[in-house]
Design a protein around this ligand. Sequence first.
Ligand code: MG
Length: 292
Amino acid sequence: MKIVSYSVEGVTDYGFVVDRTDFVPRYFVEDILRERIPKDVKKLLPDIELRGLIEASLENVKLEKVPLSSVHIEPPIIDPKKIICIALNYRDHAEEVGLKIPEEIVFFLKPPTTLTGPFDSIIKPRMVEKIDYEGELAVVIGDRVKEVEPSEAMLYVFGYTVFNDVTARDLQFRDGLWRGWTMSKCFDTFAPMGPWVVSADEVEDPHNMRIITRVNKEIRQNSNTSNMIFKIPEIISYISHIMTLEPGDIIATGTPAGIGYTREDGLLKEGDIVEVWIEKIGAIRNQLISIK
Ligand code: MG
């Protein structure tokens, strides 16, 4: 199952992607189910029985399809309660920024207001000069869980999506002080996500997916999720011992080497288009613009 969220004339809803170009809106799915399909996608994620019924309905060839190109595609989870980001989770990335490889998981939060659609613009804040990209695989949590062991953790994954952890490098350090991730990563539109969430049953191995970031078509990051230091079960277990995870929560799993900051002339400039692609999921493509 691939869940896409979209808006038409400002009204948001979700549906199910059925091929490369089309989707079936939630309310078109078989009449019998209509009353049962919640308006809030976060409520669908834990309902395995209902998801099965929807899958079966989508096989119905007569079901009306809508072109994805006719709607505005939104982040697949429009309003997650939290977005958790893992820092320094690829060995080569920790090395490129000169930080030691962590022995324990390091994470921070981004507020849901950072989210923007998979093809929407990233807006350059007036106070920021050095904007960077970080292509990442994001996990979408399917059910409420607290203090889960790694061996059980994958049962709480609904699926996977593509994420760009946009960062203001000039605000991570200022006045010689480490100002951390909150100030540098929490601007509105600094978390493009999508284009849809692919359910876990359609992803053979989330730790073996190619991940590529391009800026204006030039490859900048080219890695595989097999290179993560802390794997998804450990990450979910660790975080669930700190906070309850809930349906629709997002965990971005860290970025590989190749960020703009470590390259000559690598940071994003106005008008640049940054694309993050992950095998078996798809690509998000966002342009950096400034509002005059
Ligand atoms: Mg990151």
